[in-house]
Design a protein around this ligand. Sequence first.
Ligand code: PEP
Length: 255
Amino acid sequence: MARRPLVMGNWKLNGSKAFTKQLVEGLKAELANVEGCDVAIAPPVMYLAEAEAALVGSKIALGSQNVDVNISGAFTGDISTEMLKDFGAKYIIIGHSERRTYHKESDEFVAKKFAALKEAGLIPVLCIGETEAENEAGKTQEVCARQIDAVLNTLGASAFNGAVIAYEPIWAIGTGKSATPAQAQAIHKFIRDHIAKQDQAVADQVILQYGGSVNDKNAAELFTQPDIDGALVGGASLKADAFSVIVKAAAKAKN
Ligand code: PEP
């Protein structure tokens, strides 16, 4: 079945009001005539208002890098699904390895965020992936299955209808050392097959992004792989020209 590719930029803790406006303007100019690929950006929540305003008239969707499970109340420092909706955010990254590591977010907590997003009608971009040590120990599939099962076992396979999974091997994030297209394809196929064991139709439509040092040079080859439906891009999403090359590569490879 044909899946529409999705390329999303994770800006992480970078930017300013001026940077946000400038980068969005650059992306709008570069991507104005590109069809066949969904595009989203996740600036720091601090700059969602600037990004929302700058994105007016563009098909680029707004996203966020995190969300809390609570809607309102005494939860100092947290951001709710309703607040994200207030700014028109659509694709919400959860379970990024940096949050799992620095904020001790567990598989179960990430699954609760997934549930909160589905409840709110937002699109979860569930990040999964193994450490270098787990990879070397041959535990990649086991780790990915465990991270997906936290959602599958609490919400059921149907929760992945309209959802996105980003496979991001931790050893490839920000290191310049991307997984090879063949390595990434093998895990993507494993992930899709894992969901298919519960529901083939859900597995067929779920968007599986690869993330980890994707750039304007290696993107096209990654997108030749049948189960790689796009990319979650960190460093290269901070430059309009590099990010646009990645989007155009996905549009070309998948259409
Ligand atoms: C990320 O953190 O989601 C990511 C993929 O980063 P980078 O592209 O910089 O490796």
